[in-house]
Design a protein around this ligand. Structure first.
Ligand code: SF4
Ligand code: SF4
Length: 229
């Protein structure tokens, strides 16, 4: 047997900065086909974790560092999820890693979706709360955190969920150059078409917008305070 404390000890030893546990009953509102039980019918707990994203990338004059970190941290989260699943198998517990940044088209809702939403898993596991800009905000690191999660076939003691952090100030909504945040659900196409893509002059792929992240008063969190440049 293994308990929640041991689960977190393993995750911290693998390099995560935050982790938490959600019970399966916290996913009742998941869209059809995207519930943890739609992926792993024996799932009893969802374990979410996060790694810090360097805040200096927000204030660079070139998009290259932000893009590079985002492209590097994605496989890092997947690797942690994979190693964690193998570690848990040594204790006789079966876990399934959820890809960090892989989505498929959901024709029922006309949206791209991960097979289980990383952000909703993190919220259910008490890491933070989803802001109006559609990013997770954590008390410790604001939105400067990347997420991973695994589904687990064992019941584990869940963490308490956080009180809402976003104050609905709408700064992010007004800062978005393409009005992608006008509705409660982000307009994925408008955001992605604007923020992601090729710089034709320099012939590179880059992420050129994170204005909604930059402007949020909660974007850094208590442990990043004083790090803005
Ligand atoms: S990343 Fe840029 S385009 Fe996308 S929602 Fe945020 S501000 Fe808008
Ligand atoms: S900028 Fe304001 S409305 Fe947007 S996520 Fe942050 S607190 Fe919420």
């Amino acid at each position: 047997m293994i308990d929640s404390r041991k689960v977190k000890e393993i995750l911290f030893s693998l390099g995560v900065d935050l982790c938490g546990i959600a019970s399966i009953d916290r996913f009742d509102d998941a869209p059809k086909g995207y519930h943890p039980l739609d992926v792993m019918p024996s799932c009893k707990s969802v374990i979410s974790f996060g790694c810090r994203f360097p805040v200096g990338t927000l204030s660079c004059k070139t998009p290259i560092p932000y893009t590079r970190v985002r492209n590097s941290i994605t496989p890092k989260m997947d690797a942690i999820a994979l190693d964690f699943c193998i570690e848990m198998e040594k204790y006789g517990i079966v876990c399934v890693p959820i890809p960090t940044n892989e989505s498929e088209w959901d024709k029922n809702t006309n949206r791209w979706r991960s097979i289980v939403s990383q952000k909703h898993a993190a919220q259910a596991a008490g890491l933070g709360t989803i802001g109006r800009h559609s990013l997770l905000i954590t008390p410790e690191f604001g939105s400067m955190i990347w997420l991973g999660c695994v589904l687990c076939n064992q019941e584990l003691e869940p963490d308490e969920m956080k009180e809402n952090i976003c104050n609905d100030c709408n700064l992010c909504v007004n800062a978005c150059p393409v009005n992608a945040l006008q509705n409660r659900e982000i307009n994925q196409n408008d955001c992605w078409n604007y923020a992601f893509g090729d710089d034709e002059e320099k012939q590179i792929w880059r992420i050129s917008c994170h204005k909604c992240r930059d402007i949020c008063p909660y974007n850094l969190g208590s442990q990043n305070k004083g790090l803005s440049c």
